[in-house]
Design a protein around this ligand. Structure first.
Ligand code: GLC
Length: 475
């Protein structure tokens, strides 16, 4: 089974968020299950190639926006998973990840490569990810290429709209594009919508989200189209790299620990109670918080996305609690500038209890997971969410909104806590319930930590589900 995984970011070469993680680990899981999978992505200037051996395998040109454009194809093996990765280099369009108007260029380049068999390898399936690959399915149809398409949506809110002139630049006949009346008026083409309509199969990253997106509340304006496709939409929960990413390769956590004390590959793991205590002390000291093992530490790690991540309800709760803090909270993430400022204010006025770190720092993230007792995931919606799974791997108990992949990965009162209504009151009530358990019922709380620690978020199950969809596509 030959699959080309098409994606805009791949960790550790270049990563903006969860998508980059998935582009690293899902192909890794699939190659281990015997799928001949390869990854194709742009070659941005900031791409971190490290000591990876890379080679240029082809140069080709095609007409784009009435000009001849040259593209180089570079190949390397992924440093962790050994999946072959192809990088497309073009100065004008593919140097920067932020040039949204150039997704069209990338899509067209991928199609040209397939048409000319420049990889010397002909995929049977194109596994496309998010809006950046949105026009590939219709190009496949227009060119009548003998390949099936699967579109995986990681977040329906990001749809990517471009001026309709991009179709002319790409040499696409406007009549095959399913632009709605509204879009004709706005003279825009919606990348994700085109991708959904023209793909053979659509998947999203959790079963619950696959149902939510059929409703007006979560459908981001595409719910009617998605309802019309029922039967061709599937939800598969993401996994995480349990074996190596957070264990073998992770040296940022000062006191590695596990369910019980053990030695793995010559490295000593403490039991979780001792490990948590030491890592918590380390974290409180590092961030200038009051050092006290009897204060529960909460954390939040994530993009500051004002419409998704629950920054508003978390902020309201903190405002209510700030003058009489019964817990500490460590925040890590960046994005929306207004929210960054409002959170920073807490840090300035309550430095012993609230620590805001407005940056992206993977190593600090791991230290926070390891040193916190709880993680807050108050997202309004969450297609899958990875942090709750990573946190659980560290025995850090999630307190999360009951939505999307959070509902699929957390069992309330078993390995975490869920709240139903999206409000600061519901969040606070659940935080209080969790803190009460932490303080007054250690036995039950410890059981929850242990259930979290042994939850299975390996890729095995998801990889099997992807493979059965691939088989369906080919049958
Ligand atoms: C997006 C989603 C997130 C998901 C990730 C990987 O970032 O917002 O929920 O976990 O993609 O699929």
């Amino acid at each position: 089974m030959k699959v080309l995984f098409v994606v805009w970011e791949v960790d550790p070469f270049f990563k903006l968020g969860g998508l980059g993680d998935i582009a690293r680990s899902l192909p890794g899981a699939l190659i281990n299950s015997g799928v001949d999978i390869r990854v194709i992505t742009p070659y941005y200037k900031v791409e971190k190639m490290g000591r990876n051996k890379k080679q240029k395998i082809a140069t080709f040109s095609f007409l784009y926006a009435r000009r001849k454009q040259k593209v180089e194809i570079w190949e390397t093996l992924h440093p962790f998973t050994k999946v072959p990765c192809y990088f497309l280099k073009n100065k004008k369009y593919l140097d920067k990840a932020t040039l949204t108007e150039t997704w069209g260029f990338f899509d067209k380049a991928v199609i040209e490569i397939l048409k000319r068999n420049l990889l010397n390898w002909e995929p049977e399936i194109l596994h496309l990810n998010d809006r950046h690959c949105g026009l590939i399915p219709l190009l496949v149809k227009a060119e009548k290429l003998p390949v099936k398409t699967m579109m995986t949506i990681h977040n329906l809110a990001y749809q990517g709209k471009s001026p309709i002139s991009i179709l002319t630049d790409m040499g696409i006949d406007h009549s095959i594009v399913k632009i709605t009346k509204w879009e004709i008026k706005s003279h825009q083409v919606n990348f994700l919508m085109e991708g959904i309509i023209h793909s053979d199969i659509v998947t999203v990253v959790s079963p619950t989200y696959s149902k939510e997106i059929l409703t007006e509340e979560f459908g981001q304006g595409l719910n009617e189209i998605l309802v019309g496709m029922e039967g061709r939409i599937f939800g598969i929960l993401n996994g995480i790299d349990i074996d190596w990413r957070y264990n073998k390769l992770d040296h940022s956590v000062k006191f590695p620990y596990n369910l019980s004390e053990k030695i793995v590959d010559g490295r000593k793991y403490l039991n979780w109670k001792d490990g948590k205590k030491l890592n918590k002390h380390f974290l409180q000291k590092k961030l200038g918080l009051k050092i006290d093992e009897n204060i529960p530490v909460l954390c939040f790690i994530g993009r500051f996305d004002a419409r998704q991540k629950g920054l508003d309800i978390m902020h309201t709760m903190l405002r209510r609690n700030a003058d009489n803090m019964k817990y500490q909270i460590v925040i890590l993430g960046s994005g929306d500038k207004d929210w960054e400022e409002r959170y920073m204010w807490f840090s300035t006025f309550y430095p012993k209890y609230i620590s805001c770190n407005l940056k992206f720092d993977e190593s600090l993230a791991h230290q926070i997971y390891a040193g916190s007792d709880f993680i807050l995931v108050p997202s309004l919606y969450e297609p899958c969410g990875l942090i709750q799974m990573i946190a659980m791997l560290f025995g850090t108990v999630p307190i999360a909104h009951d939505t999307g992949g959070l509902s699929d990965s957390i069992k309330d009162n078993f390995n975490g806590f869920l709240f139903e209504k999206y409000s600061s009151e519901a969040l606070e009530k659940t935080v209080n319930k969790a803190l009460d358990l932490w303080r007054n019922d250690k036995e039950r709380f410890n059981k929850i930590v242990e259930n979290a620690l042994i939850s299975d978020f390996t890729w095995n199950k998801s990889a099997k589900e992807y493979i059965s969809l691939y088989e369906k596509l080919l049958s």
